[in-house]
Design a protein around this ligand. Structure first.
Ligand code: APR
Length: 262
């Protein structure tokens, strides 16, 4: 078990592939409720089967649209927090690494913070698409009333969010899986790590030799497997990691993580 942030710095400085896997906890400090955190969790107040499932959509599409419209307007009113910002900064800070964000979040905050390689494995509340996958997809701008019918084929339109019981987008998930298998360092941030297949990525990374770093104020099923567990919030952890990294890279002339006796 790795014990301090200092133990993470050389692996990060030398890393070629870094994956940051994120969940709702990362956006909590932006004011978006998580799904399962006690009484404030989104699923404490509504059965997800009613609003994020095909059965719910076929039974009562207006109810499903209403839930997604509430999420869309909530997201329109919030900003990325320091956790999103510092994760985006990793792209320029880590000289040797390609940084891939694999997010379960549908709020678009990683892109808003400047991350350039974001795989949205559960889709996005900022887009609508054809329910029959004819190829129609378009941005859902804040305040805009989205199409309810696909303008291309006439099938129902729906938010571009992966619902319970639906398969993830194959291309997006295979990119996420490949980055995971190639990862030298894998962060799992703000996720309860129970929804599959997303939650399988962290264990796969570990099995393929990645350094596994968990950032979560609470224990999760992965905590025992993590090489380093930061029991603090993401918007607190990532700024301190960046500061430690900047000092380390300056001292070791950055590129290879070895001390040049400065
Ligand atoms: N920083 C980091 N982690 C935090 C913070 C924070 N500031 N605040 C809360 N957390 C942690 C909680 O301890 C919890 O483990 O974030 C996690 C949030 O867990 P969930 O609410 O289950 O959210 P998530 O893991 O993203 O859910 C996965 O489930 O409902 C589906 O599709 C939905 O993508 C979602 C998936």
């Amino acid at each position: 078990m790795t014990h301090t942030i200092a133990d993470l710095l050389q692996p990060l400085a030398q890393a070629r592939e870094v994956v940051v896997f994120t969940g709702a906890g990362l956006s909590a400090d932006s004011g978006i409720p998580t799904f399962r955190d006690g009484a404030t969790g989104l699923w404490a107040n509504i059965d997800p089967e009613e609003v994020v499932s095909i059965e719910g959509f076929e039974r009562d599409p207006d109810k499903v649209w209403a839930w997604h419209e509430s999420m869309r307007s909530l997201v329109a009113d919030v900003c990325p927090n320091a956790g999103h910002d510092e994760i985006a900064e990793l792209e320029s800070l880590l000289p040797n690494a390609r940084v891939t964000v694999v997010t379960q979040n549908i709020d678009g905050l990683h892109q808003a913070a400047g991350s350039t390689r974001v795989l949205e494995i559960h889709g996005s509340a900022l887009r609508v698409r054809c329910h029959d996958h004819c190829g129609f997809v378009e941005a859902w701008e804040a305040g805009q009333t989205p199409h309810r019918r696909c303008p291309s084929c006439g099938a129902p339109a729906r938010p571009d969010v992966v619902w319970f019981g639906e398969a993830l987008d194959e291309e997006v998930f295979s990119l996420a899986a490949q980055a995971t298998l190639d990862a030298d360092v894998f962060f799992t941030v703000g996720t309860s790590a129970i929804i599959q297949p997303a939650a399988s990525l962290a264990m796969a990374a570990k099995e393929y030799g990645a350094l596994l770093i968990e950032v979560n104020p609470h224990e999760t099923p992965f905590s025992e497997h993590a090489d380093y567990s930061a029991r603090i919030g993401a918007s607190e952890f990532f700024p301190s990691l960046r500061e430690a990294l900047e000092n380390f890279l300056e001292k070791t002339d950055g590129r290879d993580g070895n001390d040049h006796g400065r």
